[in-house]
Ligand binder design. Structure first.
Ligand SMILES: Cc1ncc(COP(=O)(O)O)c(C=O)c1O
Length: 328
């Protein structure tokens, strides 16, 4: 750890950097925005008795930044949409974020510049209920913004993953609305993930309350059937994924028909291709489900072309949809 940074609230770039002017590489050294100031991550502490600690009372976003070697800039992908979803999660959960959208965007960008990243990053922006309280507390509400290096997937090395249908059901709008990106919701995915791992699978998928395919614990799903792209609708107990929306648009640009509709478990078995998508997952091909091969059991051509289009749009400063990229 860089001791010069401990006990310090940092306001300038030079204060943030190591002696050689490089970006912080030790995760405890990186600067995060925490409760109104920029501090080393190791100094950001919340009470063990806080609602966020005790009950997972927080909402958050995972945002990716892709380093553009041409533009010499980090490109934050669909930042305004992430901020909008964060506010929607706050609204449903009865939390008042102390920062407005513009301030939040500014703090996120400043956190990046202070750390001087010149590589791909993932940023966690979290609104949480602090100080001693219970699950019903609605204040004090605080914010942290924490970036960390996270390289993009190497498209030349992508491999398909084995999936299963979990015996656990996806939470739904009558219990814990999945469109809220809330820490506590992830425990549902944890049960499914633990079960999948015990049984030798890499990724579980959960069915919704009516038995239709919903999503995996941290990503949405797409199937290819007869050349068409199919994905569960936003009423199938999914998070309203920004990557899913991106893929739907890129598919249309590539001339691929898209359908948002119910998907049966047995339809998954006979799909030609399947992949998950999400900010963290990017695009993750699925080549078997419940030990049945998807198509020929290999990464398919539609998955590959969407992957190329996706990596281009997130990381190329000159790609279409400039409004999706916030340069920092
Ligand atoms: C449960 C769940 N579904 C889907 C996604 C994908 O959402 P996005 O594309 O907005 O990252 C995520 C990731 O955040 C998730 O946690």
């Amino acid at each position: 750890m860089n001791n010069a940074l401990t006990n310090a609230v940092v306001t300038t770039r030079s204060e943030a950097l190591g002696a050689d002017g490089s970006a912080a590489t030790d995760p405890t050294d990186r600067l995060i925005y925490f409760k109104g100031a920029f501090v080393p991550a190791c100094e950001a502490k919340v009470s063990v008795l806080s609602p966020t600690s005790q009950f997972g009372l927080n909402v958050f976003e995972g945002i990716r930044g892709y380093w553009s070697a041409d533009a010499l800039q980090l490109l934050l992908f669909r930042l305004p949409e992430h901020i909008e979803r964060l506010f929607q999660s706050c609204k449903i959960l009865g939390l008042k974020c102390p920062l407005g959208a513009e301030e939040l965007e500014e703090k996120i960008c400043k956190t990046i510049t202070l750390n001087r990243y010149q590589e791909d990053v993932a940023i966690r922006a979290t609104v949480f209920v602090d100080e001693e309280g219970s699950w019903s507390s609605s204040e004090p509400v605080q914010v942290f913004i924490a970036p960390m290096p996270r390289p993009r997937t190497n498209i030349a090395a992508i491999e398909g993953k084995s999936a299963c249908i979990s015996t656990w059901k996806r939470i739904d709008d009558r219990t814990l609305p999945p469109r809220v990106k809330c820490g506590a919701n992830y425990i549902n995915g944890r049960y499914a993930f633990l079960e999948a791992k015990r049984n030798g699978f890499e990724i579980p998928f959960l069915l919704d309350a009516s038995g239709k395919v919903s999503e995996s614990p941290g990503a949405c799903i797409f199937l290819v059937r007869n050349g068409e792209l199919v994905t569960p609708s936003i009423s199938n107990s999914i998070l309203e994924s920004i990557t899913r929306d991106t893929i739907l648009r890129l598919a249309l640009d590539l001339g691929i028909q898209v359908r948002e509709r119910d998907v049966d478990r047995s339809e998954f078995y006979i799909a030609d291709e399947a992949f998950v998508c999400g900010t963290a997952a990017e695009i993750g091909p699925i080549t078997s489900v419940d030990r049945l091969p998807i198509g020929r059991g290999k990464v398919g051509p539609i998955t590959t072309s969407l992957y190329e289009a996706y990596l281009n749009v997130v990381s190329n400063a000159n790609a279409p949809y400039p409004e999706w990229r916030t340069p920092v």
